[in-house]
Design a protein around this ligand. Structure first.
Ligand code: URA
Length: 239
């Protein structure tokens, strides 16, 4: 990875002023002052700026259990952003992977790996997402069969459900892989149900597990590599 990109991804400064910082001789790589902002560094390089070693960990990817009432946008007049729940040292670095509605809870990924983010969000890669749903009236068993066919969800869009399992009268799990706007609410709406609670419990190979509502954690190495593999990436492709 280029040195200027490495520094900007760590939220050091804007790309333009990073170039100046490097030209001014304020950055050392592996003990030597460097002036070439395009020089290539890797996961083993020791990068020091103004005498302070910059954390050279690989990309940061976090899993959040998003609570209700938080927006998946940077700023909103009425509700706080989910970014407020991200530990401060990562807040400037990471971006959300897709969005959840204000009233949806559950698994939200945030990463500073732009390639990974784009692939996870792209319908081309069709990452499966599983939701736990509560509806406003009794679920009919026929629904499990009905969703096996393409569903016209309005505005010229058709949804495809990978699977739906009715858990009890008012609860079901549903897996989709397209990520259309308000997809789950529109699918259930088509069959005259209002979704009264929606929680994302899995994203690709990752599950929410016991992560407490409103908290974030870094992915484990295994989770991170399985996420890369789910969109046909390898760590080496990203350096
Ligand atoms: N589908 C919805 O309707 N809302 C979400 O937040 C996610 C999927």
């Amino acid at each position: 990875m280029r040195l200027d990109r490495f520094l900007s991804m760590r939220g050091i400064d804007s790309r333009k002023s990073i170039k100046k910082v490097i030209r001014d001789g304020r950055v050392q790589v592996d003990g030597k002052t460097v002036y070439d902002f395009a020089m290539s560094i890797d996961g083993n390089s020791v990068v020091v700026m103004d005498g302070v070693q910059i954390q050279n960990e690989p990309y940061v990817t976090l899993m959040m259990n998003k609570p209700e009432g938080y927006m998946c946008s940077m700023k909103d007049e009425h509700y706080p952003s989910v970014m407020n729940l991200v530990p401060e040292n990562y807040r400037k670095r990471v971006r959300m992977v897709g969005r959840l509605d204000n009233d949806t809870t559950g698994l939200l990924l945030l990463t500073d790996n732009g390639v990974l983010n784009a692939r996870l969000a792209s319908p081309k890669h069709g990452i499966p997402k599983t939701y736990h749903v509560e509806v406003n009236h009794i679920l009919k068993p026929e629904l499990e069969e009905a969703v096996k066919y393409p569903i016209d969800i309005g505005k010229g869009e058709v949804a495809h459900v990978d699977s739906l399992t009715i858990l009890d009268e008012y609860h079901a799990t549903i897996t989709v892989h397209e990520g259309k706007y308000h997809e789950i609410k529109r699918i259930f709406g088509k069959f005259s149900y209002d979704v009264i609670r929606l929680e994302r419990i899995a994203f690709g190979p990752l599950s929410l597990g016991g992560l407490s509502l409103g908290t974030c954690r870094l992915l484990t190495r295994e989770e991170y590599f399985s996420l890369l593999a789910s969109v046909r990436l390898r760590q080496e492709d990203l350096l």
